[in-house]
Write a protein that binds this ligand. Structure first.
Ligand code: SF4
Length: 343
């Protein structure tokens, strides 16, 4: 069976035409699914009987099954979904003053092994298909629609998994969610975060020059970075900086460096000065993230967030401290799934 959520409007038009239907039929189905949130072909009242029969025989609109939903005091909502094969993934809905934002997952588990991350403790089982990533956005849009709230306006690809390690499905997902006839979220409202798989940067620059890119840097030098991020042994900070320069030259877009502050590891004033020197002159901003505790690590939360930020500012580096969302519901990436898998 074909999965509806793997299709852009254009792809569905081609498929329906190939099977003897009309181009406009694809738009009809899209309107039912994306505007009216109807997923039962039999209820799509303006479709011909023959089209409904064909759709029922050849295509399914699968839905995620919601296992757990935790709502934080600040409105952040964390979902644990069960996929058709029984694997579980997390998705987070956050409300900012610029609108609702979703953090999606791209893999079941992750092989990058970052020491501060709950997802890295559960190895990658498989990549998500494009449809499974799209379904996270669709499910949350449906949830918001039923509550009479505004739909999702921003997507961050920062959940479980390394997106550039699942490049083909990520690409397909980005093409589907940017399609104006469906979910319709513009390139500039989407940010993809990578731990630094710079081997994919040429593809990224060619395919998605307008989609935001964030790099998980988390250290000002290779010595610290290698201790907390094994990927640094394959692509180190020098590789990252040279590829970032290439990216900025090609796209003229500002890049985001994410920096999780961990007590005694990467949060000293000296680290802040070193980081400022490293990124000086690069069109970037630094997103400082207070580390959220996860089980099975000896790391502690930094008490130097404000000072670290001030040091960067004194160097003229643009930085922000990420607004903490859902701290009362363990909203750090992977924690809900990690706890659930251990039961
Ligand atoms: S931080 Fe991201 S890349 Fe690193 S282990 Fe966690 S999910 Fe994977």
């Amino acid at each position: 069976m074909l999965n509806f959520f793997n299709y852009t409007l254009k792809d569905l038009q081609d498929l329906l035409i190939e099977n003897g239907f009309k181009k406009f039929n694809a738009q009809q189905v899209f309107d039912w699914v994306y505007k009216k949130f109807e997923t039962n072909f039999n209820k799509m009242s303006n479709l011909s009987k023959s089209l409904i029969t064909w759709l029922n025989e050849n295509m399914h609109i699968s839905c995620l099954s919601e296992e757990i939903k935790l709502v934080s005091k600040d409105g952040t909502t964390k979902f644990l979904f069960k996929l058709e094969d029984g694997n579980k993934i997390e998705t987070v809905l956050m409300n900012f003053d610029y609108g609702n934002s979703i953090c999606v997952t791209t893999q079941v588990g992750c092989n990058m092994g970052c020491k501060f991350c709950a997802s890295g403790q559960l190895k990658k089982i498989r990549n998500l298909e494009a449809a499974e990533i799209v379904m996270q956005v669709y499910h949350l849009n449906k949830y918001l629609h039923e509550k009479g709230e505004d739909l999702i306006r921003n997507i961050v690809v920062m959940g479980i998994g390394e997106p550039l390690d699942n490049y083909e499905n990520l690409s397909k997902f980005l093409n589907i969610v940017r399609d104006d006839h469906g979910i319709g979220i513009g390139s500039r409202k989407i940010t993809v975060s990578t731990c630094g798989l710079v081997n994919r940067f040429d593809d990224w620059i060619r395919d998605f020059p307008q989609v935001g890119l964030a790099i998980s840097l988390h250290a000002p030098n290779n010595e610290i970075r290698s201790k907390i991020m094994p990927i640094n042994n394959a692509y180190n900070i020098n590789d990252i900086i040279s590829n970032v320069n290439k990216y900025i030259k090609a796209t003229n877009r500002r890049i985001t460096f994410e920096y999780i502050l961990i007590d005694g590891i990467n949060d000293s004033d000296a680290c802040a000065h070193e980081l400022a020197e490293l990124v000086k002159g690069i069109l970037c901003y630094i997103n400082l993230i207070p580390w959220n505790p996860v089980d099975n690590t000896t790391f502690k939360r930094s008490h130097n967030v404000r000072r670290f930020y001030e040091v960067l500012r004194k160097h003229g580096i643009t930085a922000t401290v990420r607004q903490e969302k859902g701290s009362d519901i363990n909203s750090s990436c992977g924690q809900l799934r990690a706890k659930n898998e251990k039961k």
